[in-house]
Design a protein around this ligand. Sequence first.
Ligand code: CP
Ligand code: NVA
Length: 305
Amino acid sequence: MALRHFNTIEDFSKKEIEEFFNEAAKLKAALKNGEVLTALAGKTIGLLFHKPSLRTRVSFEAGIVKLGGKSIFMESDYATFGVREPLKDHAKVISRYVDGIVIRTFGHEKYMEFVKHSDVPVINGLTDYNHPCQGVTDLFTAKEHFKTLEGHKLTFIGDGNNVSRTLAIICTKLGVEFALGHPKGYGFSEEFLGKFTAAERNLIQVTESPQEAAEGCSIFYSDVFTSMGQEEEKEKRLKLFEGYQVNRELVEVGRDDAIILHCLPAHRGEEITADVIDGPSSLIYEQAENRMHTQNAIMKILMSS
Ligand code: CP
Ligand code: NVA
């Protein structure tokens, strides 16, 4: 199979995203059935992480084991980009040892530079630009719940960040309406919005009013006010993002059957209230579990042959 990476949802068609969903559903059912899976038998997957992680690290490592493979977790001195040696040498050498690589890092350009030199498939486990494993999981979770994505609207309350950018891309590819309710000055850049076709752009609503964004919403979504790497802005963001919260009052603006998603980690009382995230419409733990199943599908499709 030709070498293919999982860098951003932009690179995948609706049909390919649906193949990830179908494979994820099959693998999830097989694991629940107690079947022994072998898609990664004899394979070693390296994980290079420059940022903290609970879900991404553990879901990949557990998923690799469940598919019959082995993982090597690398951080600190083993993982730094361009400090001990050029990025090219790092990518070329590690490609000789492992069959696939998962990277969580800061700058997307550095990530792409590594990918350019890698001779094995690379999966993006989050960069400052995007979080594609999360996006596939989120829409898979919504589809699993509603059975179809037709006629749905996902509302993200927060800033134009790695997670909301990913969701805007995957939603519009799948024909799902997407709304961003963001604090002034924290929306999407014109450059980012320029990436969408006219038809996709028609599905995107960008507003500073969370209530407007919530109208007709069937999937509420929130993320932390301060992403990893922005820690020095924490106090400023806490003030500026006040009111940009998924709470009971906002959820009542949406559809009666609306679900609540959050990529986690969550800060109850900041971007979302405890009663909403812990309420009956919340699917956060199913969503977190699905990270493993969708990533298993991505690894099986890109790394198993
Ligand atoms: N949602 C997510 O990517 O979680 P971690 O940062 O814990 O990996
Ligand atoms: N936007 C968050 C997502 C964490 C999963 C961050 O980048 O820290």
